[in-house]
Write a protein that binds this ligand. Structure first.
Ligand code: NAD
Length: 348
């Protein structure tokens, strides 16, 4: 396990079990050099503990990179609660998890993620103040959508020399919390939408509300469009799909879009501009971090909108170095984190 932690650059890994509620949870803290670790809490079924640990470590590292590039005073962390197989009381389980978070004295701040909802955060908040996304704070998805919208405009500016989305054709995959809100922003900005989701009701709503064209879930990769906008699953740019893409830009909210780093190189070589996922989808993290720090709505919106400048600047860097955008993003994030770690060691 130490080898796994070392290769991810993880600082610490915490385990907690509470036989009374059935809670079995893990918190992975990637780093705290730039401030407390922050990141969501997953509540899903894992085949075994090793899979849960691997997920927590991988996701915590991703949160560190996201916080670093977003310029937030935070490191990355992630929690996973292993969904019990038998009967359990969800409210008690979450309250117990609140004790776990609190035991770390603010080194980790938790938030909503796959499988958790606002009512869970309310229960966690009974036992710790190191929690976001509670009822009075709200859902981060609209901010994620706002950030992706800004990132799409940065991408069209770089590629087409305009932020005007009128008649820009966008193939959007996944009409969930982020995808649907984003579709609305894009439609209002004059973009033409082709959409796909495995949930046919969401597709029907989008075709009616946004005058979108619908295609089968597996056909979205082949749509000839200006932009492919993945807002559903991870690992959707993989050896099976990368050569099917028929677009100039890939820019969407999904986490871990590249099945592996070499797919970024493939996109670059094909002349497809890729907006690194953890940069373009940082709006939700910005929202939860700044809400927790009690910033005003307007300052949060401004910070989310700054994704436009960050992304445009990163594209210019990638072009100057003729290197894939995901390489440049990783390099920058690693440099920021390394510098913070050196500063921390010097101060100690
Ligand atoms: P969500 O679960 O609300 O939506 C996902 C949507 O994708 C659902 O409508 C689902 O039916 C659809 N989907 C699933 N499989 C599909 C397939 N094969 N083809 C087409 N559609 C499919 O999730 P969300 O909160 O909207 O997040 C979307 C993505 O953005 C995820 O990858 C998430 O990790 C990432 N993300 C979300 C946030 C946020 O604030 N919610 C922040 C950062 C990143």
């Amino acid at each position: 396990m130490f080898r796994q932690m070392e290769s991810a650059g993880l600082q610490d890994l915490h385990f907690w079990q509470d036989p009374d509620t059935g809670l079995q949870a893990i918190i992975a803290i990637h780093d705290t050099f730039r401030g407390p670790a922050i990141g969501g809490c997953r509540f899903i079924t894992y085949p075994d503990t090793a899979a849960a640990i691997t997920d927590a470590i991988r996701l915590a590292k991703g949160m560190s990179y996201k916080a670093a590039l977003a310029g937030l005073p935070h490191g990355g962390g992630k929690a996973v609660i292993m969904k019990p197989s038998g009967l359990y009381d969800r409210n008690r389980l979450m309250r117990s998890f609140g004790h776990f978070v609190d035991s770390l004295n603010g080194r980790y701040i938790t938030a909503m993620d796959s499988g958790t909802q606002i009512s869970d955060m309310d229960n966690i908040a009974i036992n710790t103040r190191f929690v976001t996304c509670t009822r009075d704070m709200g859902d981060p998805s609209p901010s994620t959508a706002q950030g992706v919208f800004a990132g799409i405009q940065a991408s069209t500016m770089f590629r087409f020399g305009t932020t005007d989305l009128h008649n820009i054709h966008i193939a959007l995959q996944g009409l969930g919390h982020v995808g649907y809100a984003l579709a609305k922003l894009l439609h209002n900005a004059g973009a033409r939408l082709t959409v796909a989701d495995i949930d046919t009701q969401k597709v029907a709503r989008a075709t009616a509300e946004f005058n979108a064209r619908a295609v089968e879930a597996n056909e979205i990769y082949d749509v000839a469009a200006d932009i492919f906008c993945p807002c559903g699953l991870g690992a959707i740019i993989n050896p099976d799909t990368v050569n099917r893409l028929n677009c100039a830009i890939v820019a969407g909210s999904a986490n871990n879009q590249l099945a592996d780093d070499s797919q970024g190189e493939n996109l670059w070589r094909r002349g497809i501009l890729y907006a690194p996922d953890y940069l373009i989808n940082a709006g939700g993290l910005i929202f939860v971090a700044l809400q927790h720090a009690r910033h005003h709505d307007q300052s949060i919106r401004q910070k989310v909108a700054s994704i436009y400048d960050s992304l445009l600047e990163l594209y210019k860097h990638a072009q100057a170095d003729d290197r894939p955008t995901n390489d440049i993003a990783d390099l920058r994030a690693r440099t920021i984190i390394r510098q913070a770690s050196m500063d921390a060691h010097q101060a100690a």
